[in-house]
Design a protein around this ligand. Sequence first.
Ligand code: MSP
Length: 530
Amino acid sequence: MTLAPTSSRFALTTPLYYVNDIPHLGSAYTTLAADALARFKRLQGYPVLFITGADEHGQKIQRTAEALGLDPQTHCDHIVEKFQTLWTALEIRYDRFSRTTAPRHRAIVEDFFNRVYARGDIYQSQQRGWYCVACEEFKEERDLLEGGHCPLHPKIKAEWRDEENYFFRLSRYQEQLETLYREKPEFIQPESRRNEVLKFVAQGLQDFSISRVNVDWGFPLPCDPSHTIYVWFDALLGYMTALLEPEDEPTLENALATWWPINLHLIGKDILRFHAVYWPAMLMSAGLPLPERVFGHGFLTKDGQKMSKSQGNTIDPLDLVHRYGADAVRYYFLKEIEFGRDGDFNETRFVQILNADLANDLGNLLNRALGMVKKYCQGQGPQLTGADIEPEQTLRRLGETLGERAVQAYDQLAFHQVCELALALVRAGNKHIDETAPWKRFKAGEQAEVERILYGVLESLRLAAYLLSPIIPNLSERIYAQLGFNLMTADFERHSQWGVLSAQGELPEGQPVFARIELPANGAESEKTV
Ligand code: MSP
């Protein structure tokens, strides 16, 4: 499986986040992963469009604003600012922030709605069923917990609805969807999520309602302004609005001109059905090409329960960034949790991993190697190139296949594997020093051998830092600078290979790149799981 775009550009999205509350660690998780991938694609030289944004309509937001005594737009503006502040702190480099309350979005929604309407896929009927406002979704009675609570929001009771709504003829697309999943098995990833979708679709698709009569906070339905458009119908189209250039007239045609179809929708597993079933069916109805891929990752949990505001079991990511820095937070989540699976966050483990990988292995090796350059080579970088290192040297052997393996891992969104691969080379570097003991070689007057050893180690550090740069951008930049390079201008074809360091002048004295971190005073005993 690869994520190689069919075209020469790469567009990817995070979900558009509900703005019922400030972002928590769970909601930041998708964005961290999307940012790492976007950075990797940019490193490879692709033009990238990285879209994130806010999903602002619907009953959930309307009620939240009412409870706060605010008009919904003021509330949304306030929360959107919080999201943007967090993205800046986490060094998220998005290209577009799509807001579903933007006036140009309304034009896109109407344009799209009219196409689907003209296709005969919208009709009026009675909607009866249990609605979870936190999910903004009707639930089957058999899926509810005892007492009628939603399994994803066990504190929230589903509400009974019996109203006249407009429906989208999803059932009409059953066969076309099944063909899509069969012919493009890579459309839904990972495999476990694909199976979930296949199972759901095999039960037979039901039409779903796309309008509401009791919710004012939304766009009026073009064919009947006494209804507003269902928040999910509106939100998915936010991906399209995001594709407009700032100066474009807001028409579907303009939105789709350059970046459509989107290459990758990154989402959490709870919203798989919307992206892998409803969304492609809506696009089929409108006669538009489909996105290439939908990847559903797992949940950050606390005690096995999805971390969410309604559960009251969240942690503030901004607090974590302020205490440990953006690279630390980015590294931990992408290294520790296999993307696609659920994972618990534990602060003790967080500190252990960062100290072990970034402070001890990576940071120390750089210090150690630069210290030896100073001591044994008068501060001059080894006057060698990769070709001067014997092919059987462990570091060269490992390093020569690393770039390719890391590319594969990124393409499979296996961020934990990228970290493991890069750290394996770093650890091999530490071991190589221990085993070859450059201090003995120096004493024995074997200067050429000392330089070969140091070359291998410094080059391994460079390569590891380069390949990790989408995950730990600041740390990688600091390592690169200490090795005399500029990460910003490094060419991918060359820098992703082993053997780039070449005879160069003076290297600076090593500066610590990642300081060891201490557990907060109560951290160790409380084994804070958040
Ligand atoms: N507004 C919709 C998405 C519309 S996209 C057109 C929505 N918003 S959300 O804010 O509730 O969730 C956004 C994303 O955050 C989802 O992918 C969801 O899976 C993810 N997460 C929210 N809590 C999470 C965890 N505890 N763990 C990991 N991701 C979770 O759904």
